[in-house]
Design a protein around this ligand. Sequence first.
Ligand SMILES: *Cc1c(COP(=O)(O)O)cnc(C)c1O
Length: 379
Amino acid sequence: MNLSMTGEELYRSIGVNRIINASGTTTMWGGSRLRPEAAEVMRKTSTVMVDINDLNKKAGEIIAEICGAEAALVTSGSGGGLVMQAAAVIAGNDPAKMVSLPDTTGMKNEVIIQKSHRFAYDQLYRAAGAKFVEIGDGRRCYPWQLEAAFTEKTAAVAYLFAAFVSRRAIPLPEVCEISHARGVPVIVDAASTLPPRDNLKRYIREGADLVILSGGKGIRGPQGTGILIGRADLIEAAAANAAPNQFLGRSMKVAKEEIMGLVKALQIFDSEDEEVENKRFKEMSQQVVDALIEIPGLEISVQHDEWNYLVPTARIYFTRDWKGPSRDVILDRMANGNPAIHLYQLGDLDELGVEPINLLDEEVPIVISRLREELLGSV
Ligand SMILES: *Cc1c(COP(=O)(O)O)cnc(C)c1O
């Protein structure tokens, strides 16, 4: 690796090709573009020795202030943050319990979760020894079902916010009210719900006791970081279980420069003008819509809402009149073309999207021309 090379050349020098990520902040496709200012802070702070506990504490104070929370801890991604949430509510900061994890025999280890909130990452709660108690049938869940699920072993109630997760769940404020009446904390995974920036504070405002947000997604901090915010006593417990201490979280270490880079990235993210940002994403999405709008059998529009399309996204819906190959075939051909292009695909089986958050302006025309090739070439 020659330091005069560009980033793309450096990757190519070990045989890795750049891809185009129109899928959002998907970790598999690169996550997000690290802010240059964060990279600069990381470069400078990486060679200076500091006390990590001191750094965790001071960085936590700044993050907590920005997020309207009592306290905060930088974790290794939201993934690591989920493990630390479970460790904090199950073992607290009792060393005898902390050292036993993931064996939670004899501890409060039940985590109540609405069935519609079971998700791919919930293994990370189980990694700390949590046992799920599911409520509802996946399509519906009633407050009485939550009320009936508490036992003397309940450690927490888990709650998920993510795109295309059912809204037919008991709302967070109500879950918090019911749980708090029994002295049980509510732990939230809202990893990928930034922007909008209001979500930095929303879940705490609605009563959550611990919330995890990814540092390497919309915030554009170091890809491996996460932000755990919430009640001071629970953050203290999470920190006790985390690196540099030699407990479960030791396998989820965060480097000093990553903590500093995240603080810098969060400060910038928080101060940015969301309207200006959304205007740019809307224009990029509109370019895609304009270029494909006449293709018969497709419904193409710019989507932007508070649940599924958190940033303005070009959505391509394959109607019953669509004569070409299935959505999955199109996705596959785009991903296997040159350059490889990965599209947004969380929605209905019959839709895909171009999500602009990770797109450079000059990549938009490339995505459009490849999409036209695959969609028009095959009709
Ligand atoms: C991305 C994501 C995670 C994992 O976050 P990382 O920061 O990549 O570790 C966890 N939960 C949900 C809902 C996510 O979208």
